[in-house]
Design a protein around this ligand. Sequence first.
Ligand SMILES: NC(=O)c1ccc[n+]([C@@H]2O[C@H](COP(=O)([O-])OP(=O)(O)OC[C@H]3O[C@@H](n4cnc5c(N)ncnc54)[C@H](OP(=O)(O)O)[C@@H]3O)[C@@H](O)[C@H]2O)c1
Length: 387
Amino acid sequence: MLKLVIFGSTGSIGKSAIEVVSQFPERFKILGLSAKRNLHLLKEQAETFKVPYLFLEDKESAEKLKNALSYKALVFYGNEGLKELAELDEADIVLIGISGLKALIPAYYALKKGKRVALANKECIISAGSFLKKIAEKHGGEIIPVDSEHSALFQILRCDKKAFVKRLIITASGGPFFKWDLKDFDKITPELALKHPTWQMGAKITIDSATLMNKGFEVLEAVELFDFSSRDIEVLIHPQSVVHGLVEMVDGALLAHLSKPDMKIAIAYALSYPERWPLSFSPLNLKELKELTFYEPDFEKFPCLRLAYEVAEKGAPYPLILEAADEVVVEAFLKKRISFLEISYFLEKILNEFTFTFKPSENLEDYLSFYQQVISFSEELIEREKK
Ligand SMILES: NC(=O)c1ccc[n+]([C@@H]2O[C@H](COP(=O)([O-])OP(=O)(O)OC[C@H]3O[C@@H](n4cnc5c(N)ncnc54)[C@H](OP(=O)(O)O)[C@@H]3O)[C@@H](O)[C@H]2O)c1
């Protein structure tokens, strides 16, 4: 029986993970669950599985949850709580479905304890990829990607030697504005941007999908996870979201991964790897597919993708700066303080104007405080411009 801790269990990834685990009661025990503020859903999940370790962000909510439970559980809180939950001796797998760079804390401590980290969160690998990989290597931890494109590439890359691989291709649905004219982009509202055509996800990643920033992040994520140059990672728009990743071999062969657009498949793979367990839903039916189409992304309409390639060339810590700036800029868009077109404008401005002395380090706190500096700088910059 594998003992599992799910960070972000009340979010889109977390809920899918619980669905996967529910299909295999004989294989998994849920040891820990965490949410930021959603006490109600966390309590419901905790009661269903009688989960012994829980986490909420603040002390007061943690106390409230503890008192509301019908059984005895330890409820952690704060950054120390994230650490304690990630380090539990009994845990075999730690799934990180928290959004934002906070995920770096549990990812770091779980890897330091030599655990398998099923990593859905892309922010931490983009911002501190080499740091996390070093920790994993030193302490015997492993990172298994959960992001669907990276899970696809991870699975295909197991088939052959890296020396035989020419390049990686990741696909993007194109988001809700793929077919829109650039001249209409000033009409995009948060409500429209939150309607993703193929995937059900949290708000931040859904906006990132609409700007193609998410795909840019995925290029950065692939650079870190698979040690490829961004020049050898191509993005193709594929509106059906059926082919998730392709690997082009030196002999011209293309190996592809196809599945329904459902995160449960990638989550189950990361949990069962190197095995595969039968998921109880109907697989992709090729005969029902009318067409599979692929297009070049339009870098003029979606400049966020260009920014990602540029920061990949510059290297650390630019991906971290882009990621942190994007958190602030997307939040400002969701609150209607800035327009859709201003998302890339502000990101570029922050990348150009933020000055720093940070060097990639061996210290978790350095990453967290550098991230905070970028957040403060970005907030002040938007405040100044929008006064
Ligand atoms: N959704 C997808 O299909 C998908 C696919 C690939 C990769 N990802 C990546 O997976 C991560 C999660 O995405 P999502 O769509 O599942 O997000 P989401 O629906 O917004 O859920 C985020 C989860 O993390 C918790 N959380 C957020 N901030 C936290 C903090 N500071 N401390 C502790 N917990 C915190 C939330 O708790 P509350 O509910 O209490 O707020 C919630 O449980 C992101 O990095 C995303 O890029 C997602």
